[in-house]
Design a protein around this ligand. Structure first.
Ligand code: DP6
Length: 329
């Protein structure tokens, strides 16, 4: 019976960047905790169907059959699910990203979250949300957070087996919007997995990133509890700029930003100078996401859309957690 799951993407306000040594056990444990907002748009719908008798898994992504490294990463993840279910069947995975075409915005967060949900159900496992987030984390750290809606934290945890490294929803006393500003087309050049590993190995700023990160999480949690959007925005910008600083100081260095990214950042500062609360964050790519109050979203979106080089803007609100869309033929 095919099982279809949908997961929205999430954007980290306090970033995950770097991994803890797990002795090569593939647990994908982060070096730092993180805090994100699950969006009400952009995501991945994934269908998993058992293919008994087949010798290998098959992957179709956005209508195209995939092989090589993409299929390899999915198969390795499916092996975890097969192991947990005590089954060996191969599967067909069909996945569709719900993002503006060719924007390079497709995320492993929604992808591995939807895959974890659909695959675990297809193999007969019924996981609670915590267990699902632990499973999704092993596919991609950020995927653990897309299990939940709204503001979400991924606990750093201390256990060697990673069982206390799970995501959880965070109650918040504020509402926000994220204006997603598309600054380039095409896939990113340096994947987040490679980028964070390279920065961790070679950047002298990486230890400072880890050392100063817990205070950002404390400040962000306080801002959410007190409904202080300005405080949340300020710590969010601080977190992303520190993360990107590790890439500038890596050897060799690498940069996710383009001239349009910088122009968008300048526009955010201008909006703020005019008295409207707006704060920027960037992930492992050139796009800028701008945090603002719901009432300011239209003004912020218009200001960013007018920046030369910007390809488009989308306003996102807090969205729900992952769900099973269909189960059965
Ligand atoms: C910059 O979750 O894609 O978006 O665990 O190696 O798959 P892997 O990394 P991934 O990294 C996300 C990095 C980030 C920040 C964040 O989402 O917290």
């Amino acid at each position: 019976m095919p099982v279809t799951a949908y997961a929205h993407t999430n954007i980290a306000l306090v970033k995950y960047w770097g991994k803890r040594d797990d002795g090569g056990r593939g647990l994908n444990l982060p070096a730092v905790g993180s805090l994100s907002l699950t969006l009400d748009r952009f995501g991945t719908e994934t269908t998993v169907e058992l293919a008994p008798g087949h010798a290998s898994d098959a992957l179709t992504l956005d209508g195209t059959s995939r092989s090589g490294a993409e299929l390899g990463r999915v198969t390795s993840f499916l092996d975890l699910v097969r192991q947990a279910a005590g089954k060996s069947d191969r599967v067909h995975v069909s996945s569709r990203n719900d993002v503006p075409t060719a924007a390079g915005l497709a995320s492993s967060a929604s992808g591995f979250c939807a895959l974890a949900f659909a695959a675990s159900r297809a193999f007969g496992l019924t996981l609670d949300e915590r267990a699902l987030s632990i499973l999704a984390r092993r596919g991609s750290g950020s995927a653990a957070r897309s299990v939940f809606g709204g503001f979400v934290q991924l606990h750093l945890g201390t256990r060697e087996d990673g069982e206390d490294c799970f995501a959880e929803q965070v109650p918040a006393a504020l509402e926000a919007r994220l204006v997603v500003v598309r600054c380039a087309t095409g896939p990113k050049e340096v994947s987040s997995t490679f980028g964070m590993g390279h920065a961790q190995r070679t950047s002298p700023y990486f230890p400072a990133w880890v050392a100063t990160h817990p205070a950002d999480l404390v400040d962000a949690h306080a801002a959410l509890a007190h409904g202080d959007l300005a405080k949340l925005g300020e710590v969010m910008e601080h977190s992303t700029l520190k993360m990107h600083a590790t890439t500038f100081a890596a050897r060799p260095p690498f940069f996710y930003w383009t001239p349009t990214t910088l122009a968008a950042l300048a526009a955010v500062r201008e909006v703020r100078a005019r008295g409207t609360g707006a704060w920027a964050t960037m992930d492992a790519g050139p796009h800028v996401k701008v945090l603002c109050a719901p009432a300011d979203a239209a003004v912020v979106a218009a200001s960013l859309a007018a920046v030369p080089g910007v390809l488009g803007v989308d306003v996102a609100a807090a969205g729900p957690g992952a769900r099973i869309v269909r189960s059965g033929a």
